[in-house]
Design a binder for this molecule. Structure first.
Ligand code: FE
Ligand code: CA
Length: 517
C-alpha cells in the first residue's frame, strides 16, 4: 500500500524507514483539548484534535489568531517509532480550529497509535482501532458505554476507568455536555460551568465542549479508545424534539439554536465528513460492522421525532400522561422519523451478524407508572419524552426484529441516570425478542430510586433497576454469549473515585433475555 494517496492532503508512509519527529515543545501549547478518534472503518478512522491555546476564549475560537497547519501521523507501534501514514490539515475559524482527519489505507482489525504536531508543539499520543473485514470471525469485541456527564455534578472518574479497561470502542450515548447550569443553591455542585450559565449560541456551545474537553479523565478516555457516538437532548436543549423547544412559548429560534448546537457537536467530535452538518441538519445515525460477530447501529432519537404527545399546559417537556392521551399511541407519530425507521428495518433484514447491538439515547422498555398509593390510585401513566412517548415506533421495530429473525438484538441506552436490564417484547403476549441494558450517568443526578422501585411490580419485564450509583457499562461480546458489567464509581465528588462491579449479566446466543452472570 505504499504511495497510496489517501486524500488530497495525506499519503501512506508504509515502507519508509526514516521519519523525523520534531523536538517536543514544553507544555500543551495549542493542544489543550486532547485528541480523539472515531467513526472507524475497515481501513481507517477519523482523528480529531483542536488548536486552542486559550480554550475558553469568549469568542469560542480558542485563542487562535489565524489558521494553522496541523500534521497528523499514524504509527504501527505504541512507542511511536514506526510511522505508517501522515497528512496535513489547515485549521479554520469557521470550524473553531478543529481537525477531523479521515485516515484510510490502514489494515483491518487492529490498533494503531497517532499524534498531532502544530505550532512547534506535539499533542499527547492516542490509540485508535480499525474494524475487521466483513468475513472475519472475531472471537471477541469489548466495548464500554456511557452517558450523562454533567461537569457541575461530579468528576469524570467513570471515563477514567473506561480508559483503564482499554476497550475496542467507547460509545457515548448522549448528554455528553449539559447546556444548562445549576441555579439552585440547594443542589450539589462539585465544580462550575464557565461564565455562560445557559448555552444558546455557537460561541457558548463551543466553549461548553471546550470546558468539558479540558477534563483530564475525558481527555484520557478520548485518547485511549475509538468512539461511536450519538446524542440526546442536552447537546441542544433539555427535552427538545426535532424543531420544538421544551417550552410552548419560547424566545428561542429553534432552527438557529439547533444549527449552532449541531455545528458545535460536529466540531467537538471525531466524526467523518459523512456527518457534516448542513444548516440545522446532521445525519448522525449510522451502522458499523465488527466482522461476523456484531453489527453496531447508532441511532438518533432526537432530530426526527414527532411532536411530544399531549403537552402539559405551557410545556412540551417530558411528563407522565394517562391512557386518555391517545395521541401518544398514534401510529403516524415516530420516535426516530420514518426514514430512520426504514433504514433500521432494512439493516435488520440484511444483517447476518451473530449479535445486533443498537446504541441509542434512552430507555427503550415500556415503564408503566402508577400513582404513589398504588392500591387506591391505579392510574396508569407513561412518560412522554422517552420511548413510552412513541410506543408505535417501539412496536414496529420489535415486530421487524422478529419478522426478520434478527439474531440477538441488544439495545444499549442511557438518559435515565440509573442502571436497567430489561426484556423487550413487541406485545405483552409475544415472546421476548430483544434484550436491553441501560447505563447510569457518569455524574448526573440520579432520579428517586424508591419512586421507580415502587413501580417495579407493575413492570415485570424490568429485571434489574438501580438509581443509586454513577458509572458506566462494560460489554464483552463473544460468539456464544454477551456479558455486561454494570460498573459503579465510589463517589462522583471524589476525583480519585474507585470502581467496582455492581452487577453482571449474560445473554446467551439464541436466547434473548437477561441471565444473572
Ligand atoms: Fe442526562
Ligand atoms: Ca437526556
Amino acid at each position: 500500500m505504499t504511495n497510496l494517496v489517501l486524500n488530497r492532503r495525506s499519503l501512506v508512509l508504509g515502507g519508509l524507514a526514516t521519519f523525523a519527529v520534531p523536538a517536543r515543545a514544553a507544555g500543551d501549547g495549542p493542544f489543550t483539548q486532547g485528541v480523539a478518534s472515531g467513526d472507524p472503518s475497515r481501513q481507517g478512522f477519523v482523528l480529531w484534535t483542536r488548536l486552542a491555546p486559550d480554550p475558553l476564549a469568549a469568542d469560542g475560537l480558542g485563542g487562535m489568531p489565524a489558521p494553522a497547519t496541523v500534521t497528523w501521523t499514524v504509527y504501527d507501534d505504541e512507542a511511536l517509532e514506526k510511522p505508517v501514514a501522515t497528512g496535513q490539515v489547515t485549521t479554520h475559524p469557521d470550524s473553531a480550529h478543529t481537525v477531523h482527519a479521515e485516515v484510510m489505507g490502514l489494515k483491518p482489525d487492529r490498533f494503531y497509535w497517532y499524534r498531532f504536531e502544530a505550532l512547534g508543539a506535539q499533542s499527547r499520543p492516542g490509540r485508535a482501532r480499525t474494524l475487521p473485514l466483513p468475513g472475519a470471525r472475531p472471537s471477541q469485541l469489548r466495548l464500554c458505554f456511557a452517558s450523562c456527564s454533567n461537569y457541575e455534578q461530579g468528576y469524570f472518574s467513570a471515563y477514567r476507568h473506561i480508559a483503564d479497561e482499554a476497550p475496542d470502542f467507547v460509545m457515548f450515548l448522549g448528554d455528553y455536555i449539559y447546556e444548562g447550569s445549576n441555579k439552585d443553591p440547594k443542589k450539589a455542585t462539585v465544580r462550575r460551568h464557565d461564565r455562560v450559565a445557559d448555552v444558546r449560541d455557537l460561541p457558548a456551545y463551543r466553549n461548553r465542549y471546550a470546558l468539558y474537553h479540558t477534563d483530564p479523565d475525558l481527555q484520557r478516555l478520548r485518547a485511549a479508545a475509538t468512539a461511536l457516538i450519538t446524542w440526546d437532548d442536552h447537546e441542544v436543549q433539555n427535552d427538545y424534539g426535532a424543531y420544538l423547544s421544551q417550552y410552548m412559548r419560547d424566545d428561542v429560534n429553534m432552527p438557529a439554536l439547533r444549527q449552532a448546537a449541531y455545528q458545535a457537536f460536529y466540531e467537538a467530535m471525531p466524526l467523518g465528513r459523512r456527518a457534516l452538518p448542513h444548516g440545522p441538519h446532521m445525519k448522525l445515525y449510522t451502522g458499523y460492522r465488527f466482522g461476523s460477530l456484531a453489527a453496531i447501529d447508532m441511532l438518533d432519537g432526537r432530530q426526527y421525532r414527532s411532536a411530544a404527545a399531549c403537552p402539559n399546559g405551557d410545556a412540551r417537556k417530558g411528563h407522565v400522561v394517562t391512557d386518555a392521551c391517545t395521541d401518544r399511541v398514534d401510529p403516524h407519530r415516530s420516535m426516530l422519523g420514518f426514514e430512520q425507521e426504514k433504514w433500521l428495518c432494512d439493516r435488520f433484514a440484511k444483517s447476518d451478524a451473530t449479535w445486533n447491538l443498537m446504541g441509542q439515547d434512552l430507555l427503550v422498555a415500556a415503564f408503566v407508572q402508577k400513582g404513589k398509593d398504588r392500591d387506591k390510585n391505579p392510574i396508569i401513566g407513561h412518560y412522554t419524552d422517552g420511548w413510552d412517548g412513541y410506543p408505535a415506533t417501539r412496536e414496529r421495530l420489535l415486530w421487524a426484529m422478529q419478522a426478520s429473525r434478527l439474531r440477538n438484538p441488544v439495545m444499549l441506552g442511557g438518559d435515565i441516570h440509573s442502571f436497567w436490564a430489561t426484556e423487550l417484547r413487541p406485545s405483552p403476549d409475544a415472546p421476548v425478542v430483544a434484550t436491553e441494558f441501560v447505563g447510569t450517568s457518569v455524574t448526573s443526578d440520579n432520579p428517586s430510586h424508591q419512586d421507580f422501585a415502587d413501580m417495579l411490580p407493575e413492570n415485570p419485564h424490568v429485571k434489574y433497576f438501580n438509581a443509586r450509583s454513577h458509572g458506566y457499562v462494560s460489554v464483552t461480546v463473544r460468539p456464544d454469549h454477551l456479558e455486561t458489567r454494570f460498573q459503579a464509581i465510589s463517589d462522583r465528588a471524589d476525583p480519585n473515585a474507585t470502581v467496582s462491579t455492581e452487577k453482571r449479566f449474560v445473554v446467551e446466543n439464541g436466547r434473548p433475555g437477561v441471565v444473572e452472570g
